[in-house]
Design a protein around this ligand. Structure first.
Ligand code: PLP
Length: 386
């Protein structure tokens, strides 16, 4: 038999998934590994899906998604973030942000192209780049508060640079770019041929409610592919609804990839998404407020433990350094799980540049968070007093 695809052979199962499999063996552990809001999907959205089933809206939709949903996405992201994309020509409904990233990268990349990824990075980017036959190039953001700067960007751009992936707010660090920071990056990108994929999946969980999209800056629209979705803003991770907003020439290529990969996103989920966009403009607000409070609790607790942490601007993650403990991120996370029954994700799940850190998710109830942090504090104190 011929060998299987050598590229898929090289791709590792996500470090987060591997660690959550281990956590499953500790049923009493408090898990801070979760990458999704702990709130339920809003009731009005669930009801819209039930109505869609009842009415028999269970057939294929256009490849690009329901026209009404694309209209709603145009209005919603236009009002919230000043994005202006033609609903018929420049918006696609995808099966989650993951699928939006996949079709974006596959429509853009050729073998040997380079894709710049700020790191520590969300582990979903690198495998998609590799599957497209291109090369991921990590930009080390650790010295710069986990953000790409004009200098580090400039240093990594070559003539093979096809795409910069730019998440804001980011996973695993929670940092977000200000307008001024984006303007400085735009000035570096302007004279190049590079595209930018902005992963804005956490935009509604920006604690200062100050999300800015690079695509809205002068000269950036034609090179930017905006990724949005409802997984985080409406606690709809399992519904698999994302969006691509991009210039028509790029969308024309992406739609072919979408057509032959999924035909269309789930019709029932699309009707639920339509409800979320039409009547759920404020659904994220209570979550954002709770996660902002949780962020403050976490940052205070970590600082008291003596662990250095960049203050997250959004999402629901903190990414403290554990370098003072003298353990690798795997050793730390495994021992914390075993001895203190608290689960966090080892930083090496976010590329090798995540070594020496752990990610904890504060998408949980306050009481659980307090207990878990208390146990972690005791564990850290034991290590540092040794
Ligand atoms: N982008 C980032 C930065 C994420 O953290 C996640 C999920 O955790 C995704 C994309 C994937 O989102 P979706 O569930 O909509 O595919």
């Amino acid at each position: 038999m011929h060998q299987l695809n050598p590229v898929t052979k090289q791709i590792q199962i996500s470090g987060i998934r591997r660690f959550t499999d281990l956590v499953a063996k500790y049923p009493d552990a408090l898990s801070l590994t979760i990458g999704q809001p702990h709130w339920p999907t809003p009731q009005h959205v669930k009801e819209a899906a039930m109505v869609a089933i009842e009415k028999g809206y269970t057939t294929y939709t256009p490849n690009r998604g329901l026209p009404a949903l694309r209209e709603a996405a145009h209005a919603y992201y236009g009002t919230k973030f000043d994005l202006d994309y033609h609903p018929e020509k420049e918006i696609l409904v995808t099966a989650g942000a993951t699928h939006a990233l996949d079709i974006s990268l596959r429509a853009l990349l050729e073998p040997e192209d380079e894709v710049l990824i700020p790191a520590p990075a969300y582990p979903g980017y690198e495998p998609i780049v590799r599957l497209a036959g291109a090369q991921p190039v990590y930009i080390d953001t650790r010295p710069d508060g986990f953000k790409v700067t004009p200098e580090t960007l400039q240093r990594h751009i070559t003539e093979r640079t096809k795409v910069l992936v730019l998440p804001s707010p980011a996973n695993p660090t929670g940092v977000a770019y200000t307008r001024e920071e984006l303007q400085a990056l735009a000035a570096v990108l302007e004279p190049t041929e590079a595209y930018v994929i902005t992963d804005e999946i956490y935009s509604e969980l920006h604690f200062a409610d100050a999300h800015v999209s690079l695509a809205t800056l002068p000269g950036m629209r034609e090179r930017t592919i905006v990724i949005h979705g409802l997984s985080k803003s409406h606690s709809m991770t399992g519904w698999r609804i994302g969006f691509v907003l991009a210039p028509v020439e790029i969308v024309e290529e992406m739609v072919k990839v979408l057509q032959y990969s999924i035909s269309c996103a789930s019709s029932i989920s699309q009707y639920a998404a339509l409800e979320a966009l039409l009547h759920g403009q404020r659904d994220a607000e209570p979550m954002r407020e709770q996660y902002r409070q949780n962020r403050d609790v976490v940052v205070r607790a970590l600082t008291e433990m003596g662990l250095e942490v960049a203050v997250p601007d959004g999402a629901f993650y903190a990414f403290p350094s554990i370098s003072s403990i003298g353990q690798s991120s795997q050793e730390f996370a495994q021992a914390l799980l075993h001895e203190a029954l608290v689960a966090v994700v080892p930083g090496d799940a976010f590329s090798t540049l995540g070594e020496g850190y752990i990610r904890l998710s504060y998408a949980c109830e306050d009481e659980k968070l307090q207990t878990a942090l208390g146990r972690m504090g005791q564990y850290v104190a034991r290590q540092t007093s040794r």
